[in-house]
Design a protein around this ligand. Sequence first.
Ligand SMILES: Nc1ncnc2c1ncn2[C@@H]1O[C@H](COP(=O)(O)OP(=O)(O)OP(=O)(O)O)[C@@H](O)[C@H]1O
Ligand SMILES: [Mg+2]
Length: 482
Amino acid sequence: MKNFHPFTSLQGKFTLYLSILILATMSTLAYWNISREKKLMQDVIVKEGKALVESLAISCTNTMLYEEIGLIEEGGLLDNYISDLMQRKDLHIIYAMILDSKGKVIAHSSMNEVGSSYQDEITEKILTSWNTLLQYPSENVLDISSPLAISTKRWGTLRIGISLENLKKEVSSLALKYIFYTGGLILLATGVIGLLFGFITKPLKSLTKEMDGMRSGTDPPPFSETADDEIGILRKSYYQLLKRIKDDENERERTQRNLFLTEKMVAIGKLTSGVAHEINNPLGGLLNCIYHFKRRDLSPERQLEYLQLMEDGIKRIQKTVTNLLEYAQTPDPERSATDFNFLIQKSLSLLDYQIKKKQIEVVKEIPEKLPLVEVDRNQMSQVFVNIFLNSIQAMEGGGTLKIGAGVSDGRLVVTISDTGKGVPEDILPKVFDPFFTTKGEGTGLGLWIAQGIVERHGGTIQLSNGEGQGAIVEIQFPIDRK
Ligand SMILES: Nc1ncnc2c1ncn2[C@@H]1O[C@H](COP(=O)(O)OP(=O)(O)OP(=O)(O)O)[C@@H](O)[C@H]1O
Ligand SMILES: [Mg+2]
């Protein structure tokens, strides 16, 4: 039975497609959810940071105002605010400072920054803005600043930096969770598909095994009922198909046998009616002669004439019976490697007298070296004599008898053509029938006997009309016949 590659099997394909689907869905879901989550967390940080800075800005502004009008002595109050700010652990503040209106640091979470003056782009913006500003000096830092001002009077700016490192960490851990869930889901899907397919393919595999075990032409094993599901239906259909094939095969065999029998009956019918005709005719003549002899009313000349007629009739019956016997008793060919050049020449020499008498020119187009073919020489000579005789008989006033031979497609091909009267198209299909003759003196067995011999040698014989005048007989034999 065929083993499936994990990626070409249905199970493999299903797992792959489902994994891709899960991966795509989870990635989209993760992207969407992580972005949303990140934005929400960032919004909370911004909101809290802003509220913190804005509320502390009021205290800082008041302190600076009271100090200016001499109500209080500053004496480290601003530094206190800054260090209070730095105590807030929830916001991850990394720096806090108060700048004066020129950008000089008045108070700072890192003491040694006090006194320095910032001139960078972000500070420029902060100093000129009259609103709370949110800026990102780097990817992971949120800078919130609020002016320390009342109406148009400004004392400076409160500014804090919040680290977004934690936010990033939380986003990463969320992404990791998604990767973990996706992997888990894919594993689960593979397991479920494996189980499901095992369940579905088990009966399929056993059906395949059954199919493998069945040979065409053999009777399908008895059908045993199975589940009523799709596979059960498939199995049932397969059994029905097998049964139909078997029935069709039986029917074909029956038809073939009938056809063979019919052909045989037709052949026997032709033969017996031919025999009856060929023997009955001369017998009728003979009976007629006997009748006249019995009446003793024949002159001596007539008696001689009748005796001659009787002899002819008996000879004719003898010829027919001899031919038939010869055919019926033709033993299996006694094969020996034969040179057709020699065989054709020998057959021609048997007909020398008729050839000379009718002044027929014989043209041989046979290569000197022909492959030897295993045939029964006597039988094959009889074939050629029959065919040559037909040609000679067809060429009443002389003509040309052409004999060619050659090898084509592993077969020896011999063609015999004449310049005789040819064969009328309507009798062409009958020339190989036993007793079919258009000649008064013929038995009509010549071609029938020749065909029998050629076919027993595994060859074929055909008669057709030549392109110009006359008939052509073509005989083919397989060369490699062991
Ligand atoms: N070369 C040919 N030219 C024309 N007609 C032919 C030729 N060969 C065969 N035939 C036709 O085929 C018929 C059957 O030939 P076949 O050799 O079987 O019998 P036959 O020659 O008539 O009688 P037999 O061979 O017993 O003397 C012939 O009567 C003839 O009409
Ligand atoms: Mg003949």
